[in-house]
Design a protein around this ligand. Sequence first.
Ligand code: DP6
Length: 335
Amino acid sequence: MNRDATYEAPSNIAFVKYWGARDPDRAVPWNRSISMTLDRCRTRCTVEHVRSREAEQVLFRPAPGAPLAPAPGPFAARVTAHLDRLRRASGRDARLRVATENSFPAAAGLASSASGFAALTLAATAALGVHATPGELSSLARQSGSGSAARSVFGGYVEWPRDFGDESVSAHVLAPAEHWDLRDVIAVVDASPKPVSSRDGHLRATTSPYFDRRLDRIDRRVEAVRAAIAERSLERMGPVIEDEAIDLHLIAMSSAPPIFYWKPATLAVLEAVRRLRDDRTAAWATMDAGANVHVICDPASEDKVARALQRVPGVQSVLRDRVGPGPRAVAEPVR
Ligand code: DP6
């Protein structure tokens, strides 16, 4: 039976980062990673069957309220390649139309590929009638080349183990969202697309003279973050995730050729976060491959953190998110 399907999947913020890939196209990482699945930053994706004479299409909504438009070429090509992969996995040769939209402003410069490829994987496998376990869906999502999509298939706190290219290894939940209510206050300092893609960053990472040193420290970091999640201890987790984010950027800046994701306002936000801590507010920063800063804090500190970030010169907007329960099937398609 041809079933159309719509899924929403959230973005996630990594506490221990996937940075450096043995094979970036299959997202085979050098190290394990841990993330918190977000709640409000989501992608909604509809996959519909089209009649055999109709053209396949990949559509996306460029801004909230705007009409759907053909997706830009490189993104459409990645979506089509992933659909082909899922069709091969299902053994079904259906003609499909994809429509996708983000809940967060495209101009916020936030990564949408984790939520985008997780939502696409869930909607397409449902439309193709694939019966897969959550672990298999995570593994399929990561084969899109967006490794972080493997984690967005789950809610709460998620670990993606090192897998040496074994596609049966998938991400799994360390703790559900209700275990620990953490907030992510996001200081948007640069809304433009990142200058170097994560894919190129993953490839270049091993050229850094500090890459092996980073790998030596990862296991201890993973253990510390796991323990902090189990104990719900922000004081224990905060310093580890902030060091870890700085490490990613140290590797990027010392790669050949170097990659600078930070802007002057990134440093100003890091300074503001240190001042918050001097003022006895538990708030800790983390950054993905970009200039924006995610500040992790308790619900009681969220308003104070948001006000402090808003005042930092160079901050364009402040978004508020929190740990969330993960993807869900929704009735309302993307139209
Ligand atoms: C810095 O290859 O998953 O966010 O496909 O661009 O989202 P995109 O990147 P991906 O690498 C993620 C890199 C990271 C760290 C992380 O999320 O673990």
